[in-house]
Design a protein around this ligand. Structure first.
Ligand code: WTA
Length: 678
């Protein structure tokens, strides 16, 4: 990240009209400072509708926290029922557009008003209950970006069944592991989804996964292909094989809906788990991040008001998939709880061409647009002519999330997409934080390309050294959160020790420089002289590939799973579009190298096979970009692979082309000799 001195003054129109004005912002900052618990309690009373009011703001038994714990509510009511007796009931809640398929099926567009979405959610929630799914039962979702995905999430929330959404790009094996870890009783999927003109056979992957998951008693299938009478979609002339439905287990989504249902939302304790979302960490096994109900509902609601400045007239588009936390918080719960009109698109941003996004913004008059730096860089590469073909004047606010945005991409986003007039909110947060923690506020904060600037009111962050002491401006340190906050993860599903160890043991507190333990984010950062924070990236073994968080250990485990591989080490290397690319060093088993016909062509084939293998085990998005065979890997005496060295080797090497390079790396063997003692 290049430290950039450019400062863009807060926009005047926002200074006068934003939801959060400067004086209110200062007031909130003061209140949070003076009386932390009361500050949050006041917001929770003002912004959530409680079925049973709470009396206890917070209970903090480090590292476990509860917020508003004796209160009861339901987040589906915050998103739907709350709007029913207001003008919002007849307002469009969701505009959905499907991807055209292989030239056979034109884009479909459907809209739901808040009243209609409420009806659909009640109908499906009651249907789920009839399937035997109830309060506390986990439900896995493996779905394309279709309205049924949103309906299913809200329906699960309505009956108190925690959902675990698994991104549709994950393999059957990854899906199986997540279903088993969550012990999900039900899986909701679709027969297919469309992406880049291709049919994604989701149900086939579910069948494969569920065959090894005895916990699953029912599979609910939304009909995206129009193969049933009750399909919500047009029947196109799409070539597909009829979906195999397993009698006694599989049911169609629409068949179980109880039309006309007015199912009352369960009154759930504030801490009732709303969802589990699996995310990569520093070990091979992804962790199930657990979020509760009230704190999450509060923070996703407030951040939409403050950061995105959502107003009744806005048409809001967050391009994230619902399989990631951004999709949870800023496609579904945050915007709907604010009565916003949400636009949702099924397919890839660059299909059928690079004009798709910009035509959509013009046609739907999108006013708030939230996407990832990797997408911005990919579009920037295609030149200005694509966005210039469309009228983007409806835009008034732009957002960025997922990785540090490089100043060059920021400037392009600002001038070409935002036409110099839209503030960019560079939002820093994580799956674990539930909602945005740091971001410029439109109309209040001066923007600095590449900096997420400051924490939001009530959020306490610091950049510290290894002893937990704040570092001086300009010095790099580790980013920590020094106080618990309402939307933080509550635990790791089934593994509270891992929760304590991963997040709270690095800066454990009492013995060190600070009394309370700090939450460790895994990110490195520094503060500039103005006190603005610049997040540099992960300091652990997690890499951020095109906005997807991937543990290097996960990729290593997938490689070692291949019968030819003895050992592997994976590092991230800079990539101009993806931010970080995956570079895998692989040591082969001796018998492979010694086999009679082992030659360069075979090596090349094996490299490709390994890439496909990783895709099959984790999902295509985790395929290594580079494979390099090496005789051994540099290690410390204690056997730890020296990733830093490997990173140097990987980045020092000129471009390896599309997929792989094959030469042995004798340099690594030499390095091993010279650095063994480190
Ligand atoms: C990175 C996505 C810099 C960071 C919401 C974090 C960012 C990880 C930013 C979480 C940003 C996210 N600037 N880095 N604005 N936003 N990150 O869990 O490394 O998929 O720890 O959540 O993304 O990724 P996750």
């Amino acid at each position: 990240m290049i430290f950039n001195q450019r400062v863009v003054k807060p926009s005047e129109s926002f200074s006068k009209q934003a939801n959060l004005q400067k004086d209110n912002h200062s007031k909130l900052m003061n209140e949070a400072d003076k009386s932390y618990e009361n500050h949050w309690a006041k917001l929770a009373r003002e912004h959530l509708s409680w079925k049973k009011p709470f009396t206890i703001p917070m209970t903090w038994n480090p590292p476990f926290v509860e917020w508003f714990a004796d209160g009861e509510l339901n987040i589906s009511e915050q998103c739907l029922d709350k709007h029913l007796n207001t003008a919002t009931a007849q307002k469009i809640a969701l505009i959905w557009e499907g991807e055209p398929c292989e030239g056979h099926l034109p884009s479909e567009r459907k809209t739901y008003t808040y009243a209609q979405l409420h009806a659909e959610v009640c109908a499906f929630a009651e249907g789920l209950k009839k399937q035997g799914v109830g309060r506390g039962d986990r439900v896995a979702l493996y779905m394309p970006m279709i309205p049924e995905a949103v309906i299913a999430m809200l329906a699960c929330a309505r009956i108190g069944a925690p959902h675990t959404v698994v991104f549709g790009g994950f393999s059957a094996e990854s899906l199986r592991d997540r279903i088993l870890d969550a012990q999900a009783k039900c899986v909701i999927t679709a027969n297919a989804g469309f992406r880049r003109g291709k049919i994604l056979p989701l149900k086939t992957a579910v069948d494969k996964a569920v065959s090894e998951c005895p916990c699953v008693i029912s599979v609910v299938v939304a009909d995206r292909l129009g193969e049933t009478q009750s399909s919500n979609y047009k029947v196109g002339e799409i070539p597909f094989t009829a979906t195999q439905m397993h009698a006694g287990r599989d049911v169609w989504f629409n068949d179980i809906c109880v039309n006309g249902s007015k199912l009352t939302a369960e009154s759930l304790p504030a801490e009732h788990p709303l969802f589990i979302l699996y995310t990569s960490g520093t070990t091979g096994k992804p962790k199930g991040v657990v979020h509760g109900t009230a704190g999450y509902a509060l923070w996703t609601n407030l951040t939409c008001q403050w950061v995105f400045d959502i107003k009744p007239t806005d048409v809001y588009w967050c391009t994230a998939d619902i399989g990631w936390v951004t999709g949870h918080s800023y496609v579904v719960y945050g915007p709907l709880s604010n009565g916003a009109t949400v636009y949702m698109y099924e397919g890839a941003p660059d299909f059928p061409d690079y004009g798709r996004f910009w035509r959509t913004i013009e046609r739907e008059k999108i006013s708030i647009f939230y996407t990832a730096p990797t997408a911005i860089r990919a579009f920037m590469r295609q030149g200005d002519s694509w966005p210039q073909k469309s009228n983007l004047s409806s835009l008034r606010l732009l957002g960025s999330v997922g990785e540090p945005i490089n100043p060059e991409a920021w400037e392009w986003y600002h001038s070409v997409i935002g036409q110099g007039a839209c503030p960019i909110v560079d939002t820093w947060w994580q799956t674990e934080t539930g909602g945005v923690m740091m971001s410029p506020l439109p109309g209040i904060t001066a923007l600095k390309p590449g900096s997420a600037t400051r924490p939001l009111p009530g959020i306490a962050v610091e950049v510290v050294d290894d002893n937990g002491q704040a570092v001086a401006p300009g010095n790099r340190g580790k980013l920590v959160i020094t106080k618990p906050w309402p939307s933080q993860l509550r635990t790791v599903h089934g593994d509270p020790e891992r929760y304590a160890k991963t997040y709270w043991s690095t800066f454990a507190g009492p013995a060190g420089a600070h009394k309370e333990p700090y939450y460790f984010t895994g990110d490195g950062a520094f503060k500039d002289a103005d006190g603005d924070i610049w997040v540099i990236g992960r300091v652990d073994d997690v890499i951020n590939v095109a906005g997807h968080r991937i543990g290097t250990m996960e990729v290593e485990s997938a490689l070692v799973d291949h019968h030819c591989v003895a050992e592997s080490a994976v590092v991230g290397v800079p990539d101009s579009v993806k931010g970080t690319a995956i570079y895998a060093f692989v040591t082969l088993k001796n018998e492979v190298k010694q086999s009679a016909n082992w030659n360069d062509a075979k090596k090349h084939d094996l490299a490709r096979e390994l890439i496909t293998h990783v895709g099959g085990i984790i999902g295509s998005f985790a395929k290594p970009d580079h494979i390099r065979f090496s005789d051994s890997l540099p290690k410390t005496r204690s056997g730890k692979i020296m990733r830093r060295l490997l990173r140097d080797v990987a980045t020092g090497h000129e471009s390896l082309g599309d997929t792989s390079t094959l030469e042995d790396v004798s340099v690594l063997a030499n390095l091993r000799q010279s650095t063994d003692d480190e």
